[in-house]
Design a protein around this ligand. Structure first.
Ligand SMILES: Nc1ncnc2c1ncn2[C@@H]1O[C@H](COP(=O)(O)OP(=O)(O)O)[C@@H](O)[C@H]1O
Ligand SMILES: Nc1ncnc2c1ncn2[C@@H]1O[C@H](COP(=O)(O)OP(=O)(O)O)[C@@H](O)[C@H]1O
Ligand SMILES: [Zn+2]
Lengths: 247, 247
């Protein structure tokens, strides 16, 4: 189909494509996706990050571009917004009123994702990171079906707790169904270490029970990370604590 | 339209309808929705809970029905699964393989929600709680448009942090757009109190900045609640700690 051809040609100058997925919301997908992009940029890579979450797009906020606007030229070409060597595209960058909800049904979300992928000039990039919304619906399906030959790997994100493991196991099954390679799993908010007395608590419950393919990276629940996110300073936070580097 | 008529007739024996919404995932919507239903049942009310989250349905797990199955009779009538005085309906109750992902696009999700609402025999109920998935997409839109004259109020759930506030403000706008009344807001995981030294930490960042209409209820990040959820013992946990009662 014509649009697939356009998508592949627009992505032809991107070396690697990684998607960040979880069937569960609020586990830290956007923070992890942004951290991967920022970390790669800190190591001299040219990066693109595509926010496929139409209803809760947080990528511009996390990259420090919360008040930026993307533009579409009269011939329909979309230019992403850049910060250092990271090019960002998100529906949020097109909202005049940043608090406005995107109240769209599936077909419109799908068409917008295909529009974004087929009309954006990303330029030369070493890596593209795709942040997916929670669930295995229109967005994840469209990205998986459109980019199945381009996605090099998927990072799965979850938090502790058996109920969350149950829901995130569905994401593993989704990857198998669509033949997408799993790069590794991030167990986020794995524990909280009291800064005062040093006691460690698994605040969200048991260790996950998930099909354990590839590396498992644990990230603690860290109030300093939350503060950095609050103030849109994730970039600065990661620079200062090189060790936190998610991937 | 014919289906609207069927929906209203199936809900005619339900006194109040409350929806639980957040444009952000993982904030505790399912835990709050289940807690409201369990709390009402503990006080002698007849309750129904409808899980409109197709991709991450956790309600059967939370009500202690994770291995239960719902049935459809040959004339197409759906009977919810009951525990005490709570009737539960969720896509999860129809999955033979409970780990299977529901990989559906918007139109199929919409049709399933309308099917569930127009064919389920709820019986006499004092209260119906509707758990919505994150976002302002097909599910929230279908429920809001179909039940706009039946929904008595919406409970909004969020966690601390300015980025989450930004995304959840979109849910407030959504309620205004659709003229749905706001009952109150639950600030979940508001703080963590170290069981050992008593220090209190706002692990997710700043107090939310949201349009503050109606009461704001704060619930702490509580490892005991997470453990109860893990083992499907939310019912027992709430009974034991009457004080925790969410609403
Ligand atoms: N390890 C962590 N420690 C503290 N806060 C975190 C951590 N990871 C994520 N957060 C916070 O949790 C919230 C949800 O993260 P987000 O990346 O938006 O999740 P998702 O994209 O899965 O919905 C954000 O407010 C973020 O600041
Ligand atoms: N106050 C709390 N303290 C500890 N854990 C909580 C609390 N509220 C929710 N959780 C845990 O957080 C996770 C997400 O909750 P859930 O209700 O599934 O969120 P949502 O429905 O918004 O995606 C679950 O594992 C649940 O056990
Ligand atoms: Zn302590």
């Amino acid at each position: 189909q014509q649009i697939m051809h356009e998508v592949y040609s627009k992505l032809s100058s991107i070396k690697h494509v990684v998607a960040v997925l979880s069937s569960k919301g609020g586990v830290g997908k956007s923070v992890i996706a942004s951290s991967i992009a920022i970390y790669a940029a800190m190591h001299g890579k040219k990066v693109a990050i595509f926010d496929a979450d139409m209803h809760g797009s947080s990528i511009p906020w996390l990259i420090g571009l919360r008040n930026a606007f993307a533009a579409i030229s009269i011939d329909g070409i979309i230019k992403p917004v850049e910060r250092d060597t990271i090019a960002v595209l998100s529906i949020e960058l097109f909202l005049k009123e940043k608090n406005a909800p995107v109240v769209w049904r599936g077909p419109l979300k799908t068409r917008t994702i295909l529009d974004f992928l087929s009309r954006t000039e990303w330029g030369e990039r070493d890596l593209m990171v795709i942040d997916l919304p929670p669930g295995t619906g229109d967005e994840a399906l469209t990205i998986a079906q459109t980019l199945k030959d381009r996605i090099n790997g998927v990072v799965l994100v979850l938090t502790p707790g058996l109920m969350v493991s149950h829901v995130v196991t569905k994401a593993y099954e989704f990857l198998k169904m669509l033949n997408l390679p799993l790069l590794g799993t991030v167990l986020n908010m794995a524990y909280f270490k009291c800064p005062h007395c040093g006691n460690v608590y698994r605040v969200f419950g048991s260790q996950p029970q998930i099909p354990n393919e590839g590396p498992l990276i644990e990230i603690p629940l860290d109030p300093k990370l939350a503060e950095a996110v609050d103030s849109g300073q994730l970039y600065e936070f990661l620079k200062a604590s090189e060790s936190e580097g998610a991937q």
